[in-house]
Design a protein. Structure first.
Length: 386
């Protein structure tokens, strides 16, 4: 079966993330009037994610006061891109001098997220952060508790959950268009990062999407292999996009959800040609949908067909346009509105924390050879126990 690819205009998507007038009816200034905003990144150390240095641009009533980056050349460019009035080499100095109410923690490297987010919360700032949210559930716990204590809102850039295609697919499911939800099959990018790196870097998006459709997981089992053997903690390694320790080049994880729904995640370079585009397949009793993931994911639907003596031809068609109209949500605008309305944003810190927990559950299960229940009892990283 073959699904036609559709080109993605990345500049258009970045404009949408940074300054779109939300299709949900939010204005760009919603919740932001009179607030000071700042950006924290690190050129060469995670950079600025997918345009997270530009999320405050062109939002009426919001002042971008500063950007922080220890790299001098990168800092100059980030200041120009973000429209920030000033720049700093040290984010601590920025927080102390500028006292922003909004902070974008932009770097893809998640190892420094905990320290920076905690400092921003202590400074009284609401935080929008690149995924993965943190490195361990223990870090997530501390950040969420601190934000709750201070009445601050954290949003994590798992933006696929609020795109028109994903939200439209939710409408289709809600109407019974695929029948009863039975199974979720997630496939990583399976490129040079196949295995443990794929599990955290891209798998965190897929874990988040599984929860969109099936709710919180109940338990996990997994097999993680390095070549022809099962991994041990000694296989832990650090990768270029430093997201904490990773291990293995073949990952197969199973997740149980309520109402008998089963989920799975697979990442192995051997599957690259047969799986094709990375994404999530949503299997129902009457049909199947596939989310081809990207900055703007595209959704295709396949109706159930019967096998015949001459074989079977599966036809995938784009999700009906009626489910796309009015479905999209500006994630940054929603975060700003959530601040004003004192509610959780759609891309909440809690959702980001769950994605990290589901990823680490695969390592816990693989290393113990058993089933691990959620929430995890061991909140540390299974590859970095001290």
């Amino acid at each position: 079966m073959k699904i036609a690819a559709r080109a993605v205009d990345r500049r258009q998507v970045l404009r949408w993330l940074g300054s779109a007038a939300a299709t949900s009816g939010l204005t760009r200034a919603e919740g932001a009037a009179g607030m000071k905003a700042a950006v924290i990144g690190h050129t060469g150390g995670g950079d600025y994610g997918h345009g997270l240095d530009q999320i405050f641009k062109d939002r009426a009533g919001l002042e971008v006061v500063a950007v922080a980056d220890p790299d001098e050349a990168g800092r100059r460019k980030a200041q120009e891109r973000s429209g920030a009035a000033r720049s700093y080499a040290d984010y601590r100095e920025l927080l102390g001098r500028e006292k922003p109410q909004l902070v974008s923690v932009a770097m893809r490297h998640s190892v420094p997220h905990h320290e920076i987010i905690l400092a921003a919360l202590h400074a009284g700032a609401h935080v929008y952060v690149e995924k993965p949210f943190s490195v361990t559930p223990a870090e997530s716990d501390e950040l969420l508790a601190e934000a709750k204590k201070r009445g601050l809102k954290i949003a994590v850039a798992h933006t696929m959950r609020v795109t028109p295609g994903v939200r439209g697919l939710g409408k289709l499911l809600g109407e019974g268009g695929l029948g009863e939800l039975v199974e979720l099959r997630a496939f990583g990018k399976q490129d040079a990062r196949a295995g443990g790196e794929d599990l955290m870097v891209l798998g965190s998006h897929l874990m988040d999407l599984m929860r969109v459709f099936a709710g919180d997981p109940l338990w996990c089992t997994a097999r993680v292999r390095q070549g022809d053997r099962e991994i041990t903690a000694a296989d832990a390694r650090t990768v270029r996009d430093n997201v904490g320790p990773v291990a293995g080049n073949h990952v197969f994880a199973q997740y149980a959800f309520a109402r008998g729904v089963q989920g799975s995640f697979a990442s192995s370079a051997r599957l690259k040609e047969t799986v094709g585009h990375w994404g999530l397949e949503v299997w129902g009793s009457k049909g199947v949908a596939r989310i081809n993931c990207d900055l703007e994911p595209h959704v295709f639907v396949r109706s159930a067909g019967a096998w015949k003596p001459e074989g079977r031809t599966d036809e995938w068609k784009p999700l009906n346009a009626k489910y796309l109209d009015g479905s999209g949500l500006d994630p940054v605008g929603d975060w700003l509105a959530a601040i004003k309305e004192n509610r959780a944003p759609a891309c909440s810190g809690e959702n980001g924390a769950w994605a990290v927990e589901m990823v680490l559950a695969a390592y816990h299960a693989a290393l113990t050879g058993g089933r691990v229940a959620f929430p995890l009892t061991n909140r540390k990283h299974p590859l970095a126990q001290v």
